[in-house]
Design a binder for this molecule. Structure first.
Ligand SMILES: CC(C)(COP(=O)(O)OP(=O)(O)OC[C@H]1O[C@@H](n2cnc3c(N)ncnc32)[C@H](O)[C@@H]1OP(=O)(O)O)[C@@H](O)C(=O)NCCC(=O)NCCS
Length: 169
């Protein structure tokens, strides 16, 4: 996907090309950095963040190695990774996929990149015949805009679901 987005670094006066693409090994540190910043600086969860980052690192390694059941996509402006999101087929339930790790660089939010990463990951799951998408959402309001409904809500998160079946399909 190629998009033209306003460039926040230039006050929006210039445009830049932003692409959504599968992750490659060289993106690892940038993606870990985006998630680390979100967990530590935005959520203030240094202890909780360690196991999360270990899991993330393992999942990135699987995606980079070509594991068919998992993928990561990044939003990149030139060489700079400004967003990322993961998706995996559920190992417990056939036809179900799960979203995870959606994060956009704070300087590049509200420019459509989160939505673009969401749509790209849904497409990946549909191509693999998933009929239901699940996620544990820290920001359920964002996903509600795209058809996700809350199934269970806890203090910090909401488990959300969306049917990927097309009407009449
Ligand atoms: C949530 C997040 C991924 C959104 O990414 P983004 O690139 O800023 O979102 P987009 O620009 O694609 O937004 C698309 C639409 O959703 C809206 N939106 C963005 N963030 C939203 C939020 N937190 N709640 C409700 N609506 C939101 C935008 O205003 C936009 O609306 P529009 O189509 O009417 O213009 C981003 O804020 C982020 O990285 N947050 C920190 C990490 C996080 O919370 N991840 C999600 C865990 S579930």
């Amino acid at each position: 996907m190629a998009e033209t987005q306003p460039d926040p670094a230039s006050g929006g006066s210039r445009t830049l090309a932003c692409g959504i693409r599968p992750i490659v090994a060289a993106d690892r540190d940038a993606v870990l950095g985006l998630v680390w910043h979100h967990l530590l600086d935005e959520l203030g969860e240094p202890n909780h963040g360690d196991p999360d980052l270990l899991n993330l690192d393992r999942e990135i390694a699987r995606a980079v190695a070509g594991d068919d059941d998992i993928a990561f996509f990044v939003a990149a402006i030139g060489d700079r990774v400004v967003g990322a999101g993961g998706v995996a087929l559920s190992f417990m339930t056939v036809g179900t996929a799960e979203l995870g790790w959606l994060v956009i660089d704070p300087d590049y939010r509200v420019k459509g990149l989160g939505a673009a990463l969401l749509v790209r990951r849904e497409r990946w799951a549909i191509e693999r015949h998933a009929e239901l998408m699940l996620l544990s959402a820290g920001q359920p309001e964002f996903h509600e805009r795209y058809g996700y409904s809350i199934v269970v809500r806890s203090a910090n998160e909401a488990v959300m679901a969306k049917s990927l079946k097309r009407p009449g399909g």
